[in-house]
Design a protein around this ligand. Structure first.
Ligand code: AMP
Ligand code: ZN
Ligand code: ZN
Length: 405
């Protein structure tokens, strides 16, 4: 009798909580690597057009600087600039220990010490939310508390439909085990954008291929009756622009015979001169400043948010749009620079902007907005799940929360 009375008392006390408690949302975050914002305007994406009709479309998604894959996926998932989350390039060295981080090195990519930000799946885990990732840079860390509950080891050629099937299998798990936040990644538009350029026939085929995968995803979600209850956010990490083997600056030609360390990526080079040659190297680069801009680390414009990190070298060279900076002697081997497209340039240039679309019960319908910043996606995810964001983020909820119902 006493137990019975206690139960009734508890039920009455908790009634307001039970009534107002919202069901925990489901969110699928899909990344189409290198999908430039204007690929949606080519009239070849019927399935994404339906997403636009029923959900939210931003005119573009602004990447962080440098507009490369790993820095930006980590920015989206942590809400931080690259200088703060630590993954400043796809490849860089720790200037103290000389260890190298690079995306082709599985051990480095899984080593938690490189990642200074808190990924959304970590924030979710602290709040008892089950998460999963069918690929995302930084999702495979050795530390179980810093990776999603379920994750996959990256396999570049793993078939696209099977990635979607994997997501569906997770969503079919019993309630207590089912992830509420899932990431999914496709490299296609990046690969074809590099090889053939953003204005090629081949990139249009790639865009169509991704769009038809959206159709497949919708069908599979309908089959498990989750199509209307899941929120799907489509993003890309950056855009793409045409490059040419006639627009190449060779640093070795300029600094021949001098000692320096070279790092970075073609549109953005970092140079650490040998201490005694510092001023000479600076002067030589300044005198030859054509088709790139030279900055001392601390003079890089603040809008790039790219100088606070110790692993950024002392001198930075930002290529003019469409140009490449290499450390080979220019005339020797141009064949290995035969790509037709690249990214990594000034992140404010529209060619570097990606896409943002979202649909589902949390999002407004038929709502079109201006450019969003990718560092604001993380605080938006926290808002959707009603959990506190990590305190050290750069993203701002007020720049994005108007998308939510
Ligand atoms: P990039 O165009 O150099 O910025 O990098 C794009 C490449 O990153 C893709 O072609 C993938 O091969 C690679 N990539 C994407 N996600 C991962 C991951 N989770 N692990 C390792 N490599 C990845
Ligand atoms: Zn990318
Ligand atoms: Zn790329």
């Amino acid at each position: 009798m006493k137990n019975y009375l206690i139960k009734i008392f508890l039920l009455i006390a908790l009634l307001p909580v039970i009534i107002t408690a919202q069901p925990k949302p489901y969110v699928l975050l899909v990344s189409f690597d290198g999908f430039r914002w204007d690929y949606l305007n080519r009239n070849i994406t019927p399935n994404l057009d339906m997403v636009i009709k029923n959900g939210v479309r931003a005119s573009s998604l602004r990447p962080v600087f440098p507009s490369k894959t790993f820095p930006n996926h980590i920015s989206i998932i942590t809400g931080m600039y690259a200088e703060n989350h630590g993954i400043i390039f796809n490849k860089f060295e720790d200037v103290d220990t000389k260890e190298v981080y690079q995306l082709s090195d599985k051990d480095a990519v899984r080593n938690p010490k490189w990642y200074k930000g808190e990924a959304f799946w970590e924030t979710a885990k602290k709040n008892n939310i089950v998460t999963a990732s069918f690929y995302w840079p930084g999702s495979e860390l050795y530390d179980v508390n810093r990776r999603p509950t379920y994750y996959k080891k990256y396999m570049h050629n793993f078939p696209y439909k099977k990635r979607i099937d994997g997501v569906i299998d997770w969503l079919k798990l019993p309630q207590s085990k089912r992830p509420h936040f899932i990431t999914l990644y496709f490299h296609d538009t990046d690969t074809y954008g590099h090889k053939y350029g953003p204005n090629s026939h081949e990139i249009n085929i790639s865009i169509k291929r991704l769009d038809s995968l959206v159709g497949y995803l919708n069908n599979e979600l309908s089959k498990i009756r989750m199509k209307d209850s899941i929120n799907i956010i489509f993003v890309s990490d950056h855009g793409m622009t045409e490059i040419s083997d006639k627009k190449i600056v060779s640093i070795k030609n300029i600094l021949y015979g001098l000692n320096y360390k070279f790092g970075g990526i073609k549109p953005l080079a970092m140079i650490e001169p040998n201490e005694k040659d510092f001023e000479l190297i600076y002067e030589k680069l300044k005198r030859n400043q054509q088709h790139f801009k030279l900055y001392r680390k601390n003079d890089l414009p603040r809008y790039y948010h790219f100088n606070k990190n110790k692993n950024i070298y002392s001198l930075l060279l930002v290529a003019e749009h469409g140009w490449s900076i290499i450390n080979d002697v220019k005339t020797i081997d141009l064949s290995k620079h035969s790509d037709k497209g690249n990214h990594g340039f000034d992140n404010n240039n529209m060619d570097m902007h990606g896409v943002f679309l979202a649909t589902g019960p949390c999002f407004k319908s038929g709502y079109s907005v201006g450019t969003l910043w990718n560092i604001d996606v993380y605080p938006m995810l926290c808002k959707i799940f009603n959990i506190p964001p990590s305190p050290s983020i750069d993203g701002k909820l007020e720049r994005i929360e108007f998308l939510l119902k």
